[in-house]
Design a protein around this ligand. Structure first.
Ligand code: PFF
Length: 448
């Protein structure tokens, strides 16, 4: 047991966990959602969701991981032997692997655009040519797969080196780089003539837009962005040393994750407002709308290179965390070396990514429930497995795990303190109810 890997420093704990949280969700989803759903008003709702739901559930996952000091499925076998609670771990392993299948494809698109930005010719083309460029690339059979392959190798090189020398070291380098690029962009965006208009679009509070659906969307975004319910935080928590205070870590990670999401908006909206281009969300924002903006900027290639490296780093640190869930499971439960376990999981992810990537070309007509493989893996993992995993987690920690054990893991929080009571209250009552509503609304079983 004592030989088990641990993150070496507290800074490493923050860098790796923020690395998992900060991903494409922060860049292409959060800014647009905020702007569309009431700006500053949505931000307040989102902050409440993170504080009331996100941080307590992060603490719950961290606690399970650190107490058991093992992988997501093994953790619940240790803590709740002779029961079925370890299904939480299996759900996490399945969900994170399925998510990887399509997340790796999108990350591959980002790397293609790093390459295109270095080549430079994309940013001399017309708006239609830029849109066509993305469509042609996405629907090509081989080209996206080349980048998926490259990413699988990069992930292998980092993750096979181990928890401290691989994941922690890479995050310690990549996360400051990510913040640096973001700050350079924000500095530039704020000096543009359209800055005030862009910021107004993002922050102006419009309380009339807030309704039940928006609150549910904010909760869903909080789960997605903080990587809750996938076993990632159980796995990373199992690498935390005893001197790491869980609520403080949860709060720091949540604040930094939110900061990146808000700064992504501060970078994107003023730039768009200044160049008269309307904001979009999803892949189109990154691969079509932004290139149209870059081409109007002074030194388009430089900005494009910086932006796509930023997005690639955000995606890479998230894929590492998604991979680690299954790799830790395979290596610990089947007692195989880390390198072998990494290869097995990367091969499975390779197959899923090929199927996802081909969903835009050869397999575009292969559909189940009217969704291609890419859409199906997203739907099944994010809308079904993730809420079920989160729900079971809340029930286990809130109702089954001994209060004394949970408290001991929270570290430094006294039994009687209000903070502890609030965290437990949320895990016991608020989280399960909220997750049921998110699940029903995501699956369309309930409409507000
Ligand atoms: N939290 C990361 C993001 O926001 O992109 C990674 C991630 C977690 C992606 C969970 C997808 C997901 F379902």
């Amino acid at each position: 047991m004592s030989e088990r890997a641990q993150f070496a420093t507290k800074l490493g704990v923050i860098a790796t966990t923020v690395g998992s949280a900060v991903g494409l969700g922060n860049i292409w989803r959060f800014p647009y959602m905020t702007a569309e759903n009431g700006g500053g008003a949505f931000l307040i709702v989102y902050i409440c969701c993170v504080l009331i739901l996100g941080i307590p559930l992060m603490c719950a996952e961290f606690a399970i991981g650190r107490k058991s000091r093992t992988n997501a499925a093994g953790a619940l076998k240790v803590l709740a032997p002779k029961s079925q609670w370890h299904i939480i771990g299996y759900i996490g392993i399945l969900a994170s692997t399925l998510i990887l299948g399509y997340y790796m494809v999108i990350a591959g698109w980002v790397v293609e655009y790093v390459y295109q930005a270095f080549r430079g010719d994309l940013f001399t083309q017309s708006a239609t040519a830029i849109a066509d460029n993305f469509n042609t690339f996405k629907t090509d059979v081989w080209r996206p797969l080349v980048w998926v392959g490259a990413l699988l190798v990069i992930n292998y090189l980092i993750i096979s080196r181990g928890v401290t020398k691989g994941i922690e070291k890479a995050s310690n380098i990549m996360m400051p780089l990510l913040f640096l690029i973001l700050l350079v962009f924000c500095g530039y965006a704020l000096t543009l003539p359209g800055a005030a208009k862009g910021l107004n679009y993002l922050f102006n509070p419009d309380f009339s837009k807030i309704n039940g659906g928006v609150v549910l969307a904010a909760m869903g975004q909080a789960f997605f962005s903080l990587s809750i319910g996938l076993g990632i935080l159980i796995t990373y928590g199992s690498y935390f040393k005893r001197n790491v205070t869980l609520p403080k870590t949860g709060l720091t990670v949540a604040l930094l994750d939110m900061l990146v999401a808000i700064l992504a908006g501060v970078m994107i909206f003023p730039i768009m407002a200044s160049f008269g281009i309307s904001p979009t969300q999803g892949p189109d924002l990154i691969f079509v709308t932004l290139p149209n903006v870059f081409k109007q900027m002074f030194m388009p290639n430089l900005w494009a290179v910086l932006f796509f490296i930023f997005a690639a780093v955000a995606a890479l640190t998230s894929t590492i965390s998604l991979l680690e869930v299954a790799i830790a499971y395979i290596s610990e439960e089947f007692k195989v070396g880390r390198k072998k376990a990494s290869i097995v999981i990367l091969l499975i992810v390779a197959v899923l990514s090929v199927l996802s990537s081909l969903s835009f070309s050869l397999l575009s007509e292969v559909k189940l429930f009217d969704m291609n493989f890419f859409e199906l893996s997203d739907y099944f993992s994010a809308n079904i497995l993730l809420p079920i995993g989160g729900f079971l987690l809340a029930i286990y920690v809130g109702w089954v795990m001994k209060k004394r054990d949970f408290l001991a893991e929270l570290g430094g929080v006294k039994h009687s303190t209000i903070l502890y009571k609030l965290i437990l209250f949320s895990i016991k009552f608020i989280a399960p109810v909220a997750i049921i509503f998110i699940f029903l609304s995501l699956t369309g079983l309930f409409k507000i």
